[in-house]
Design a protein around this ligand. Structure first.
Ligand code: ADP
Ligand code: ZN
Ligand code: ZN
Length: 711
């Protein structure tokens, strides 16, 4: 395998070829699409070149682009990213471009855009449609934006002839600025924060403030200021936060100056949004991770909201972190980066404390005070016979039902599902493809592997002892649902988890139903912990709050803290004060104690001391290398050999190999290197990686620089 090899080709018409363009070239027996890296003017004969190169100089078959598809900044960014993430340059270019113009395909993309156009005002009937009408009255709107703002509405409107979808070559009609002002005056704290951002000499700013402290309003204010100076702005949000609520809030403020870019767009929609930026039809982009690669040429500000969110890290090659890319792009554009969060990663907060980033803290919530939190010791409750629902939380739910208010119940289920265990011999049913316990699903009476999707019937005899008696251990959302329904037969409960949201749009439908107050209780896994904003919710209950703490991953306390703080933020967002009940077995754990008090600083200080003792980030940098393949011996041998190699370098510490659970019939091993100097560590792994000659079919190597978790 060669990683980043370049080849030289001959081109008769070289004036038309520049770096960043795609060309079609012969390679071996194939024809491939490649990027032009550099052009050299010929100054000797072809024969002489061939002699120097050692291979026959072939001709470029076709030049696919009229102008570079990656401009100079993005091309260099790709090279930089390949180095930083230790991955093939071509994989970085692929990650940077929308599908329609990926380097793999030679097709020239269409430049059509689809807009929704108002046809007949009288045909807008439902509440949702009325809201859409208000927006459409301002002019045509890109179909992809419309669908994000009003999911599921377009079909009905088209059917009755209320709107038209018109396709046209990209339009430059939306270039005028129609930015509105906020409907309220800023608070003193917000004004101070904006001033501090603008006056800071530090280009990276960490804005630390609880949910509801007015961070988004600060981003929007800074964004309008930048637009008025004719600069572009990128606001990045985690997938889960890019709700229709959020999009509407942004679009109401910025009108047609905004593009929205997220992973649920289809190829055509993505391409449209990409072109909007490329053609400078919009100044503001609100988007998820991959929006960081939009072809801006005059950025004035990048915001990473919820900077701690793990969706900012791509989990396949190239395993880049959006924060790193943002900071690198900001250097080029000489603009600022704002990292916003209620629960920043330890890495970011530590940098801010040290002055590497500028720290700005918002101490107050805009509307409401913090919800009152209660920590419930489940060990005591179990002795009273309450294994799942504590008496206090039960009473609190009852009070809400009586007052016709709503509750959110959150089950921390990571690494916590219902498993089947033999009553006689203790055997646990595992997936035949993965060394992981199968989850028991009661409603379909099936066993399911949540890792590879394998399914089988739960009517089985124990493969070890032949017994037919099973215990079902663990708390899944289904079991919790039954328990709650049993305790409150009159309550209407919505369940949101991987099973109930499989259908496209299922997720949205459940949330909308809850928002309409069709149900009293919304019950689910982490997917309901973040971003939701429902004024009638005055109670949040968290089950198994400490379920993650027993795990070996170095970030598990941080993730637990984040989950509790974020979930608590869902309570009491309206006029009524909110309450939070946190049920845990290990109530003395500092992660739980500080989270219940929403005390980030105390959590940070204590967690930092543990990271220091164990030498984990931010006290070191890490690179993880995963080895996987069907042949157990080969995987193991490769991992041991690599570990040996790295152990010869004393400036770093090498851990492992450690064996990971088999997944989809592949054996897996991992080694982890720790070092004080990131660049040195990366250099070392590069040296090793370039020496690897292996067959991809037999052994896969996955490199992860700054792994987010090691579980
Ligand atoms: P965050 O991003 O920190 O969660 P937001 O900016 O979303 O905070 O603000 C929380 C709520 O307060 C939102 O509903 C927002 O519209 C409102 N808000 C923000 N700033 C002000 C202000 N200065 N005056 C009144 N309401 C505000
Ligand atoms: Zn058995
Ligand atoms: Zn499996």
């Amino acid at each position: 395998m060669s990683l980043n090899k370049t080849f030289t080709y001959y081109c008769a018409d070289s004036l038309n070829v520049r770096r960043g363009m795609r060309v079609q070239v012969p390679l071996g027996y194939q024809t491939i699409v490649a990027f032009v890296h550099e052009t050299i003017q010929m100054c000797k004969s072809l024969d002489e070149y061939e002699k120097d190169l050692g291979y026959e100089l072939k001709e470029i078959q076709e030049v696919l682009d009229d102008e570079p598809i990656l401009n100079a900044e993005l091309y260099d960014l790709g090279l930089w990213m390949a180095h930083q993430t230790i991955s093939p340059t071509i994989s970085c270019f692929q990650a940077m471009l929308p599908n329609k113009i990926k380097p793999k395909s030679a097709s020239k993309a269409a430049v059509l855009e689809y807009h929704v156009k108002l046809l007949d005002e009288s045909k807008f009937t439902s509440k949702k449609q009325q809201q859409a009408l208000v927006v459409l009255k301002q002019g045509m709107i890109l179909r992809s934006n419309f669908n994000k703002m009003f999911p599921g509405v377009l079909g009905a409107l088209l059917k009755k002839g209320a709107v038209l979808v018109v396709s046209q070559e990209r339009s430059a009609a939306f270039s005028d600025l129609d930015i509105k002002e906020a409907a309220y005056p800023l608070t003193q704290e917000q004004r101070d924060a904006i001033k501090e951002v603008e006056e800071s000499d530090n280009d990276v700013i960490l804005l630390h403030g609880l949910t509801g402290s007015g961070k988004t309003e600060i981003y929007m204010q800074l964004a309008s200021r930048m637009c008025k100076q004719n600069k572009q702005v990128l606001i990045l949000v985690p997938e889960i936060s890019l709700t229709p609520q959020m999009v509407t809030r942004m679009t109401n403020r910025f009108g047609h100056n905004i593009a929205i870019y997220h992973s649920k767009l289809n190829d055509q929609e993505r391409y449209e949004q990409y072109q909007l930026v490329k053609n400078k039809d919009v100044k503001i982009v609100v988007g998820t991770r991959s929006a960081i690669f939009m072809p801006f040429d005059n950025l004035g500000l990048i915001v990473l909201d919820e900077e701690h969110d793990h969706s900012y890290k791509q989990d396949s090659t190239p395993k880049y972190h959006c924060r790193d890319i943002a900071i690198e792009r900001a250097k080029h554009h000489k603009c600022k980066v704002i990292l916003g969060s209620a629960t920043p990663t330890l890495e970011s907060y530590a940098r801010a404390v040290k002055g590497v980033y500028k720290l700005i803290e918002l101490k107050n919530r805009i509307h409401q005070n913090l919800p009152v939190s209660h920590l419930i010791d489940m060990q005591k409750e179990i002795r009273k016979g309450n294994t799942i629902l504590s008496s206090q939380l039960k009473q609190a739910i009852q009070e809400r039902l009586d007052k016709h208010q709503q509750c959110i119940l959150l089950l921390n289920r990571r690494g916590y599902t219902t498993i089947m265990k033999c009553r006689s011999c203790g055997e646990v049913i595992q997936c035949p493809n993965c060394d992981i316990a199968m989850s028991y699903h009661k409603d379909s009476n099936k066993l399911m592997c949540h890792t590879c999707g394998h399914e089988s019937s739960a009517d089985i005899v124990c493969p070890k002892c032949g017994s037919q008696n099973w215990n079902h251990y663990g708390l899944g959302t289904q079991k919790l649902y039954e328990t709650i329904q049993e305790a409150f037969p009159q309550a209407s409960i919505l369940r949101m988890d991987a099973d109930t949201t499989k259908r496209k749009g299922g997720h949205q439908a459940i949330l909308e139903s809850f928002e309409r107050h069709d149900a009293d209780i919304l019950l689910g896994t982490q997917m309901i912990a973040k971003g939701l904003d429902y004024p009638d919710v005055t109670l949040v209950g968290i089950f198994n709050a400490d379920a993650l703490l027993g795990r070996t991953d170095y970030r598990s306390v941080e993730i637990t803290f984040d989950l509790i703080v974020q979930a608590s933020g869902r309570s009491g967002r309206g006029h009524e004060a909110g309450e939070v009940y946190v049920q845990a077995y290990d109530c003395n754990h500092y992660g739980i104690r500080h989270a219940v008090k929403q005390d980030y600083i105390s959590f940070f200080n204590e967690e930092m001391s543990y990271r220091h003792i164990g030498t984990y980030p931010p006290y070191c940098y890490m690179v993880a290398i995963g080895f996987s393949g069907k042949n157990e011996e080969r995987v193991s041998e490769a991992a041991w050999k690599a570990a040996q190699y790295f152990r010869n370098h004393e400036e770093i510490r090498t851990l492992g190999p450690s064996q990971l659970p088999r997944i989809i019939n592949e054996y897996r091993q991992r080694i982890v290197m720790k070092g004080k100097n990131r660049e040195e560590l990366i250099e070392l792994v590069w040296q090793w990686f370039q020496q690897q000659a292996f067959n991809k079919n037999q052994l896969k190597i996955q490199i992860d620089v700054d792994p987010y978790v090691l579980d």
